[in-house]
Design a protein around this ligand. Structure first.
Ligand SMILES: [Zn+2]
Length: 351
């Protein structure tokens, strides 16, 4: 039961997510995956499969909506992949089949230096970015103000991996940090333009993945190359931004918390309480239910334990740590909102 003394009417999912992103009071913790909840089971359910659901706006919207209609999450996120704008930039994409993620063909980088970087005029009208903008529009129309619609625009570090190749880009960052900064600065135009277009299309918030991940680069790297640029995005893309970086990131959370972004989508390799202590109310956290083990195979009981661990630490939005494996059982995902409601009841009863 919602405590009636504190909250006259239950909030809508959209109100709940937006309030949590502003770190304001909510009637219960929103459940949200800022990356992807697409699974093969959900694709079958609404007849919207990869790869079409990554390239056709209606199928993309239909598959994304299952997050709200089937799983009971408070948000819908239609951008399942991390390569939509890379495709528009000219990268060769391996689109794969329904049970696999599309990837950039890594053997065929399109740029090798600063002078190669060019953001094409058709960045926002290319079919693979247009599809995202149209899907957001469809969802906004279909769900009105009931549910939070989250878009996604990739940060320049991730675009660097796709367009230069991961190894080449990381080597450049070691050999020539100044040139790397100039490259990031040039690529950020794609992040800003795609982000702004999604605001116009009707998004409520945007995930900004920038894969300066724990296993590839250090916290110092984050501070040197990205902190200032991420701070600039807050002004340039005027909507709540959710930074996503996978892996162990406690060493950079203090820097991330200074950017002014609304939230950080954090991985299960980080402890919820320790992470909350580091960010200290400067940024919301969202996550951090483990994907490859817990959601994929451990079942509802362990899912529930991880949800409780986040709620006990005061994490403002709960959900999977990253894009979930395509074979994740629906049952495990549905357990997340159920656990949130039960936790709320237990705590309302003892208040
Ligand atoms: Zn991730």
């Amino acid at each position: 039961m919602i405590d009636e003394r504190k909250t006259a009417a239950p909030m809508t999912s959209r109100q709940r997510v937006l309030a949590a992103l502003r770190r304001e009071p909510v009637d219960r913790t929103p459940v949200c995956n800022p990356t992807s909840v697409a699974t093969v089971e959900l694709m079958d359910l609404v007849d919207a499969h990869f790869p079409d659901a990554n390239r056709n706006a209606e199928k993309m919207a239909r598959l994304a909506a299952t997050s709200y209609t089937e799983l009971g999450f408070d948000s819908i996120m239609p951008v399942f992949t991390i390569i939509q704008e890379s495709s528009a930039l000219g990268c060769k994409i391996q689109w794969e089949e329904k049970d696999n993620w599309p990837t950039v063909r890594m053997g065929e980088p399109i740029w090798s230096g600063l002078e190669d970087i060019r953001i094409p005029d058709d960045l926002l009208t290319h079919p693979d970015t247009r599809c995202v903008l149209d899907a957001i529009g469809i969802l906004r129309k279909r769900f009105g103000d009931d549910v939070a619609i989250i878009g996604k625009t990739m940060g320049p570090w991730s675009l660097g991996y796709h367009c230069f190749g991961v190894e080449k880009f990381l080597l450049m960052s070691l050999d020539d940090p100044a040139e790397t900064m100039r490259c990031l600065d040039k690529m950020k135009e794609a992040t800003i333009r795609f982000g702004r277009a999604q605001i116009e299309a009707g998004a409520d918030a945007l995930t900004l993945p920038d894969h300066a991940t724990g296993d590839l680069v250090s916290g110092e790297y984050y501070a040197r190359f990205l902190q200032e640029m991420h701070t600039e995005f807050v002004d340039q893309i005027p909507i709540p931004l959710i930074l996503h970086i996978c892996g162990r990131t406690e060493d950079r959370m203090d820097y991330i918390a200074q950017t002014g972004m609304a939230a950080f989508h954090y991985d299960s390799k980080n402890n919820p309480q320790a992470s909350m202590d580091i960010v200290g109310g400067r940024i919301a956290l969202v996550g951090n239910i483990n994907n490859p083990e817990t959601l994929y195979s451990k079942g509802p009981e362990v899912v529930r334990q991880e949800v409780y661990k986040n709620l006990d630490a005061g994490v403002p939005l709960v959900g999977p740590e990253c894009a979930i494996p395509l074979q994740t059982p629906i049952e495990s995902l549905k357990e997340i909102p159920l656990a949130v409601r039960d936790w709320r009841k237990e705590h309302a009863a003892t208040n």
